[in-house]
Design a protein around this ligand. Structure first.
Ligand SMILES: Nc1ncnc2c1ncn2[C@@H]1O[C@H](COP(=O)(O)OP(=O)(O)OP(=O)(O)O)[C@@H](O)[C@H]1O
Length: 448
């Protein structure tokens, strides 16, 4: 069963660094941050409403829209971060998956912009096209046509968007790093008028060798920390004290950046139930099928590994193809089998992403779906291939249990070989969750 919901909250504020502070990791970990632990439950309904927490700083029509779509009570991360975000301070928003970070930073965006001005004032950077589509949708929903929200995403119609940008600059742009830099370098627009910059899944973007140089340009050359509010968001910020230090040192943020770290002692949401099955590689497809029959899920994401170059060269099919082909012939349930992976072209990706909305699905995906994907109907996650790192496990697991005030338990099941068991145990220790073993025999008994 799920671990007990014992939680604690820690808000950490970065003070200006003494000039003598060395940039070594050790020195960074000694940076003088004041910390204030405050235990509180994660998912109870807050006493104050979202409107009260926003106390006159967010335009009324935006709050009205938020209420109309059901955002009435703030989640814990919203309750804790909005006073900081709406005061205009720079912020590192660090809280569990599915805790409502998107609404928190978008409310800050609407508080910062002036819809009467015709210039690009807010920029939200996301790691993938799919997450960009999602964030754009929420931003447009809150804007309710009072201002333009443009999505500049990989695979988009950049030529057409270039002329739109010139003719009528949108107040808010949601962009992937590559598409944004392409536009800025083509001088389609400048980022000089940016008042607020949000980088979602910040650890992922900084961790990507392809994106990090462009990201640095966005942070330091195209715009300056002193003239904008900067918000970094993620459920996982490894070595976060070091990161806060780097933000100040490299001028990615101002020196009084606030690290809002919700629930630091328990990175994994407590309402997720984790199980695992030890089986051989050959048995995995049948075990997966048995689990699907046994669990009768509402909607599912099955995570597979991205195919390595070596395996491609050897002419092997990727895990995604194996799983999809097997399920399309053997699975007799009602969920639709869909696939999403990096190697698909953008049109095929868009089709899968659209089809996944609104009906029961069995989505077979690489880690492309593990960051920020918000499909609240997902009741079960299966790791067909073990994730590479504990952080990857955390983000995959976080694709379920995404209804902030729901008490229903959602499950994450990992299929591993005997040799992989210690890796899963390492993830458990690092992320502080318990995983229950399901006996292999029970799978096959069920199938008889
Ligand atoms: N105040 C609220 N009331 C009700 N539902 C909310 C509220 N805030 C957010 N949600 C819903 O909670 C879900 C998760 O929110 P969101 O996608 O912002 O999580 P997140 O913290 O960004 O997670 P991740 O780190 O996985 O990206 C969404 O379906 C969103 O609509």
């Amino acid at each position: 069963m799920a671990a007990a919901a014992s939680t604690a909250t820690l808000s950490v504020r970065a003070r200006p660094l003494p000039s003598t502070l060395s940039s070594s990791p050790r020195a960074a970990s000694l940076a003088p941050f004041a910390s204030r632990p405050r235990p509180r439950p994660l998912r109870t309904t807050a006493a104050a409403t979202l409107r009260e927490v926003c106390s006159g700083r967010v335009p009324d029509h935006v709050l009205q829209r938020a209420e109309d779509v059901g955002y009435v009570s703030p989640t814990e991360v919203q309750e804790q971060s909005l006073p900081v975000l709406l005061s205009g301070q720079d912020c590192i928003l660090h809280a569990q998956t599915g805790s409502g970070k998107t609404l928190a930073y978008l409310l800050a965006v609407f508080a910062a912009i002036d819809v009467g001005r015709s210039s690009v004032q807010a920029l939200v950077i996301v790691p993938t096209r799919e997450l960009g589509i999602q964030v754009t949708k929420v931003a447009r929903l809150l804007a309710a046509k009072t201002c333009n929200v443009m999505a500049l995403l990989d695979g988009g119609m950049l030529t057409r968007q270039k002329s739109w940008l010139k003719a009528e600059p949108p107040a808010i742009i949601v962009a992937t790093v590559a598409s944004l830099c392409q536009m800025v370098e083509k001088r389609a627009f400048s980022l000089g008028s940016i008042k607020i910059l949000v980088i979602d899944e910040v650890d992922f973007i900084f961790g990507s060798t392809k994106q990090v140089n462009s990201l640095r340009k966005i942070l330091n050359s195209y715009t300056a920390a002193s003239s904008r509010q900067t918000i970094f968001a993620s459920a996982s910020i490894p070595q976060h004290n070091r990161f806060v230090h780097d933000c100040v040192q490299h001028k990615w943020t101002k020196s009084d950046v606030v690290h809002v770290h919700v629930n630091p002692v328990q990175p994994m949401p407590s309402h997720l139930h984790h199980t695992y099955v030890i089986c051989s590689k050959k048995e995995r497809l049948h075990v997966l099928l048995s689990l699907l029959e046994r669990d009768a899920p509402k909607s599912v994401i099955i995570f597979v590994a991205q195919q390595s170059e070596k395996s491609k060269r050897a002419g092997n099919p990727p895990s995604s193809t194996l799983v999809v082909e097997f399920l399309r012939t053997e699975y007799k349930g009602t969920l639709e089998v869909l696939v999403l992976e990096e190697d698909m072209n953008f049109n095929a990706r868009a089709t899968s992403f659209t089809e996944v909305k609104g009906k029961g699905f069995l989505l077979v995906s690489t880690d492309i779906a593990s960051r920020g994907f918000d499909l609240p109907q997902t009741s079960h996650i299966y790791n067909f291939d073990l994730p590479k790192t504990a952080t990857d496990y955390l983000h995959r697991a976080g694709r379920t249990g995404r209804e902030p005030f729901s008490k229903s338990e959602c499950s994450v099941t990992t299929l591993i070989t005997e040799e992989e068991h210690f890796v899963l145990q390492r993830f458990q220790n690092e992320l502080k969750f318990h995983s229950q073993r399901l006996p292999l025999e029970s799978m096959f008994t069920f199938n008889l």
